[in-house]
Design a protein around this ligand. Structure first.
Ligand code: HEC
Length: 114
């Protein structure tokens, strides 16, 4: 009996520490966020949508490029939630969605899609 209680406690603790480990975002969830909130302007793989660039009179850096990847996670989050240059702030995302989409941007960097 005592053993069972201990096991249950270990499970609860395990689940709790997992829940605390939110920060490194989930790139897979980030893809869904990206498709919904970013793809229209940034294109399938972060390369930038030429029609939007023309309309906004701006050249977007590919999100997978070295210049963008050189930014810290904190900077990327700020770009998304406060806007950057001609990009309007994206206000519709919660904190987890922002973490996740940043993780997805890191994936774009790793996969070498420029
Ligand atoms: C309305 C179109 C639009 C939407 C929607 C949009 N962006 Fe942007 N984004 C831009 C433009 C335009 C720029 C370039 C701004 C500039 O250089 O003036 C940019 C720049 C950025 C940058 C900075 C790149 C650099 O130059 O260092 C990041 C990071 C970024 N966007 C991420 C995102 C993410 C993530 C989302 C979705 C949550 C998103 N954007 C949604 C238009 C958009």
């Amino acid at each position: 009996m005592k053993h069972k209680v201990l096991c249950a406690a270990a499970l609860v603790l395990g689940a709790a520490s997992f829940a605390w480990a939110v920060p490194p975002g989930n790139a897979k969830d980030g893809l869904a966020v990206y498709n919904q909130s970013c793809k229209g302007c940034h294109g399938m793989n972060g390369e930038g949508n030429p029609a939007i660039e023309k309309m906004m009179h701006v050249k977007m850096l590919p999100l997978g490029s070295k210049a963008v990847q050189a930014k810290s996670n904190a900077q990327l989050k700020k770009d998304i939630t406060d806007g950057v240059g001609k990009m309007p702030a994206v206000k519709s995302l919660n904190a987890k969605q922002v973490e996740d989409v940043v993780a997805y941007i890191r994936e774009l960097g790793k996969s070498g899609k420029k």
